[in-house]
Write a protein that binds this ligand. Structure first.
Ligand code: AHR
Length: 339
């Protein structure tokens, strides 16, 4: 079984919540979210329009990424942003060089989802040195290198460990606490993969009738998920459940399971994360058991945070996004949230 370097959110200090006025940000802040470090060391953000904002996307190979990019395109005019966008095509080094070029263009603000925790941490420090404030969305960086509230304004995103807990809790119930599980991990080194694995594995470890018989990366991609599942199905024909770190890999696994002559949702229970339209359709079809939503709609939240920061307001080090949960009991009533 592949083992990943799991890391807790070291920057979250369990302090009292200081509620901020205003709807979006206040809604997004959950329990246990810390107030920021003294932020005088962080670069200032000019309170001007238009604001030149660099958004460096990791890749555009799935509906989740496309929805995330769209949420920034949609918010730009409303927020008074002139957005410079790049796509790293799944390469850490390209994402770093995209951000370097934005720094060279003197953007006013940088917003990006770091593809992996470690390779993308130093560029946050480079941006700070160049006097450009940074907001990280969706995924976080290695806190031993760059720290939220000290080196960048904040991390806006879901609690990936909790997503893993919720997926595992559903699977324990759905299988009566007895399952042989294949885990399809996301991109190795991404905070989303590290923490989703950590959360899920923690719950499974407490259930003696459940075991993870294989765990391998499918890189958050449908085709890779299908290929990995094909191979693992041959090695582990006794599998009874699949946990995929995202819907796309779950959909790939469903194709592999069918090709092997088994019935997804009957012979093999599947649980996943994202809440895409494709995932919701698979739940409605009875092939996918459940999907924990992971919201990709960071544009409005990043706009709100940036405006507050420009006015000198204190920003929490983690703006936590709360996520829905879909299974056959509620998927039909929630189709409007699919993307
Ligand atoms: O970081 C979030 C994950 O990245 C989403 O679950 C996945 O679909 C995406 O590629």
């Amino acid at each position: 079984m592949a083992s990943l370097n799991t890391q807790s959110r070291a920057h979250v200090r369990k302090q009292q919540i200081r509620p901020l006025a205003g709807s979006l940000l206040a809604l997004a802040i959950g329990f246990g979210v810390a107030t920021a470090h003294a932020d005088d060391a962080l670069p200032k953000l000019p309170n001007k329009t238009p604001l030149k904002v660099g958004f460096a996307q990791t890749e555009s190979n799935n509906p989740w990424r496309l929805a995330e990019t769209k949420s920034f395109k949609d918010v730009a005019a409303k927020c008074g942003w002139q957005v410079v966008m790049t796509d790293a095509n799944g390469s850490n080094s390209k994402q770093v060089s995209d951000i370097q070029s934005m720094i060279a263009q003197h953007v006013d603000l940088l917003v990006f989802p770091p593809r992996e925790e470690k390779p993308l941490a130093p560029i946050v420090l480079q941006a700070k040195k160049a006097g450009i404030p940074v907001i990280l969305v969706d995924r976080d960086v290695d806190q031993s290198v760059a720290k939220a509230g000290r080196d960048y304004i904040t991390f806006i995103g879901s609690d990936f460990i909790d997503q893993g807990h919720r997926a595992a809790d559903w699977l324990v119930k759905a299988t009566g606490g007895k399952a042989k599980i294949i885990e399809l991990e996301g991109t190795t080194g991404a905070s989303a993969a590290n923490d989703r694995k950590k959360g899920f594995d923690e719950v499974i470890a407490k259930n003696p009738g459940m075991s993870i018989i294989a765990s391998q990366s499918g890189d958050f991609a449908r085709d890779k998920g299908r290929q990995v599942m094909e191979t693992l199905l041959q090695a582990h024909p006794d599998v009874t459940a699949v946990y995929a770190h995202n819907d796309e890999m779950a959909l790939g696994a469903i194709a592999a399971i069918k090709a092997a002559g088994k019935q997804p949702g009957k012979d093999i229970q599947i649980v996943t994360i994202d809440g895409t339209k494709g995932g919701m359709d698979a739940i409605a079809a009875g092939e996918l058991g459940a999907s924990v939503q992971s919201s990709p709609f960071f544009g409005p939240l990043a706009c709100d945070v940036a405006q507050r920061y420009a006015k000198g307001e204190k920003i929490p080090t983690w703006v936590k996004v709360s996520d829905r949960f879909y299974d056959k009991s509620n998927v039909q009533q929630n189709t409007q949230y699919g993307y």
